[in-house]
Design a protein around this ligand. Sequence first.
Ligand code: GDP
Ligand code: IMO
Ligand code: MG
Length: 418
Amino acid sequence: MPVSIVVGLQWGDEGKGKMVDHLAETAVAVARFSGGANAGHTVEADGKRFALHLLPSGLVRKDVIGMIGSACVMDPVTILEEIRSLEGNGISIEGRLMISGKVNLTHPAYRCLEVQSEADLASGKIGTTGRGIGPTYVRKYRRNAIRLEDVFNMQSFIELVDFHTLEAINTLNLSSTDVEKLHSDVQSFIEATKEVSRFTADVSLQISEVLRDRDALVIAEGAQGSLLDPDHGSYPFVTCGQCVAGAACTSLGFGPTMVTDVIGILKAYTTRVGAGPFPTELDNHIGTQIRKAGNEFGTTTGRPRRCGWLDGVLAGYSARINGCTSITLTLLDVLSGFDELKICTGYEGDHFTTGRSMDKLIPVYEILPGWQEDIRGETDWDNLPSAAKDYVLAVEKIAGVPVTSISTGPGRNDVIWR
Ligand code: GDP
Ligand code: IMO
Ligand code: MG
């Protein structure tokens, strides 16, 4: 009855989608446990490139069940688009997608509210993905959010939807054209919710049924990254859903005793989209070189990602708060061609915080020799240049967790197992 949790150890986009798809070869089910369509998980398989936002990455494999846990938030219109996009690529999800009835829905007005709240923040903008994620979680904790299962009582569902429409109209200074558009979007929202409701399931119960088979593997797929977690991340520059491994249990409705592995996905350097502190950021030609080599542009918003050296202190911190049993080091191939590489091993004054003064941290680096060989697609540890092996060993040492696999390309099988 193994459950493997896959989590990002940085600010998201570590290559979780690629690794979940890789690991799903032996899985019965893949269950997304956090976030919403703010995520963008890329899977490259069979000559195609898929960008999954809320659908679990495992669905790309035609024999894997995909589940969406209660702590996720869902925009019914965009998930239908995602389903259609997969189906357009010949991948049917009929009969193998299960969505918890407890997921909270993103009402169309929430996107307008998010635009307003970002504008109100002026120079302190979070730089959100604009998917209405924050307002949805705020309403969940305000205890009047709309859940998927609410659609099964149509009268009270419509009342709830209307309440949120009116509240937004009364809060925002909308033009009559905007109000008209909102009403039309609300109609699409209602129709989409009805359509998607056929996938409603008791995800906790379904996982327990799968796990009755002692050998069946369930992968709990995290979204975002530990440093975007509202408790443990770089607050207030975080997302609103919990991103750390512990959240898999609460979202999917199984106990910690079911978890056998926590696999931390760590990019061989660091990236971040949106605002907020980033101690090892390279706002120079090296950062540009990394962005180019790693094609570091957002999967969801297309924004250029900020790039920098690997922060080993943050890697160790994230490995600890997630209880990682292993690390997969991803995008190592992107670091080919540098004369030297740096890993942050501490901060000046030995000060550490992920709070409001994180932007004051000044990194102290260990310098390692680079390598020139192209290692993209490599699958054999023995074939890595010795400098690349030394880099992996240095990461393992500072993170304090074994690096058991290394991703060397976007393709499903571009993985070295040590
Ligand atoms: P996720 O959000 O953690 O799933 O990551 P994203 O999909 O947003 O971003 C990772 C990007 O790197 C995607 O374009 C992947 O196709 C790509 N990728 C994943 N692993 C590797 C790797 O090992 N090497 C290279 N070159 N690209 C990779
Ligand atoms: P995946 O799963 C990278 C960032 C946004 C912003 C902050 C808050 O692909 O790794 P939100 O819209 O969630 O309220 O924005 O969080 N963010 C991500 N950054 N990868 C993601 O997901 C992200 N999801 C949210 O850029 O800084
Ligand atoms: Mg992503």
